[in-house]
Write a protein that binds this ligand. Structure first.
Ligand code: MF3
Ligand code: CO
Ligand code: CO
Length: 257
C-alpha cells in the first residue's frame, strides 16, 4: 500500500502558488549575487521578499535550521547556513535553495549562480553546473503515470555516466514528496535501478534535486554547525532542484522560471 498522496485539483492550485513565489524569489536572487556580498545578505533579501509576497520561509527554524534560505557555495553540497563571514568572490559558484510556504503549501526549488558572471568560472566548472542541470532535466523527462520512482535515479545515473567526466552523484540527500508538508513520501533517490520503487500516478507532487560532485559522491557533515554538508574531497558540487507534478501524460515543472 502506497503512502504517497494524490493531490486534489484544489491542492495543486495552492501548491502552484507557493512554487511560483519560490521561483520569483530565485530569479530575483540572480540580480543580487555579486562579488563582495555575503550570504547573510542573500538571507535578508530572501526573507524580506518571501514576506512581501505573502509567504513564509520554510527553512527558518525547520528542525532548528536558523535561516530563511540555504546558501551553498563551491564545495558545499547543501544546507549551507547564510553568514556574514561567507563573502562571495568572482569565480565562485553558489547554490541558493528556497522553500516558501503559502496558504499551507510548500514550493521548493534551487538554482546555481556564477558569482561575477558565468565567464569568471573555468570551463570545467561551467560544465559541472550545466551537467547538473541537464541531469535534472533528464530525470524530469521520464516522469509520467506508470513510471517507477527508481527510473528517476536510473535516468540521472545514465546521463551522468555518459559524460566525459568522473562525477559523483550524492547519495545521502534525496528529493522528496511535497505538498502541505515540506518532506513527505516518497524519498526520491538520484541513483537507482529502472523499474524499481513505487509507481507514479497523476496528481503526485515531489522534488528532484540531484547534487553532482566534481569528485567523490561522499560527503561530510560539519561538526561545527551540524548542517553544512561538504564534499569529502573538497571538490566542487552543483545542484538544481524543481518541484514537479505528475500530469495525465507526463510532468509539469511547478517551479519553472
Ligand atoms: N530545501 C531543502 C530541500 O530541498 C531542505 C532544506 S532543510 C534545511 O529539501 F533545514 F536545511 F533548511
Ligand atoms: Co527539496
Ligand atoms: Co530545496
Amino acid at each position: 500500500m502506497s503512502k504517497i498522496k494524490i493531490k486534489t485539483p484544489e491542492e495543486i492550485e495552492l501548491l502552484k502558488a507557493a512554487c511560483k513565489i519560490t521561483s520569483q524569489i530565485l530569479t530575483a536572487v540572480g540580480d543580487i549575487v555579486k562579488p563582495g556580498i555575503n550570504t547573510e545578505d542573500i538571507n535578508t533579501f530572501v526573507h524580506k521578499m518571501t514576506l512581501d509576497l505573502g509567504a513564509t520561509p520554510a527553512t527558518l527554524n525547520y528542525k532548528g535550521f536558523p535561516k530563511s534560505v540555504c546558501t551553498s557555495p563551491n564545495e558545499v553540497v547543501c544546507h549551507g547556513i547564510p553568514s556574514k563571514s561567507v563573502i562571495l568572490k568572482e569565480g565562485d559558484i553558489l547554490n541558493v535553495d528556497v522553500t516558501s510556504i503559502k496558504d499551507g503549501f510548500f514550493g521548493d526549488s534551487s538554482r546555481m549562480y556564477f558569482v561575477g558572471g558565468r565567464e569568471t568560472a573555468s570551463k570545467e566548472v561551467q560544465t559541472l553546473v550545466d551537467v547538473a542541470k541537464q541531469s535534472l532535466n533528464a530525470a524530469i523527462k521520464i516522469v509520467k503515470p506508470g513510471a517507477k520512482f527508481g527510473d528517476i535515479g536510473a535516468a540521472i545515473e545514465k546521463y551522468i555516466s555518459k559524460q566525459d567526466h568522473r562525477y559523483g552523484i550524492v547519495r545521502e540527500y534525496t528529493g522528496h514528496g511535497i505538498g502541505s508538508s515540506f518532506h513527505e513520501p516518497p524519498q526520491v533517490l538520484h541513483v537507482g535501478k529502472k523499474g524499481t520503487g513505487p509507481t507514479m500516478r497523476s496528481g503526485m507532487t515531489f522534488t528532484i534535486e540531484p547534487m553532482i560532485n566534481m569528485g567523490t559522491w561522499r560527503t561530510v557533515l560539519s561538526k561545527i554547525d551540524e548542517w553544512t554538508v561538504r564534499t569529502l574531497d573538497g571538490k566542487l558540487s552543483a545542484q538544481w532542484e524543481h518541484t514537479v507534478l505528475v500530469t495525465r501524460d507526463g510532468a509539469e515543472i511547478l517551479t519553472e522560471y
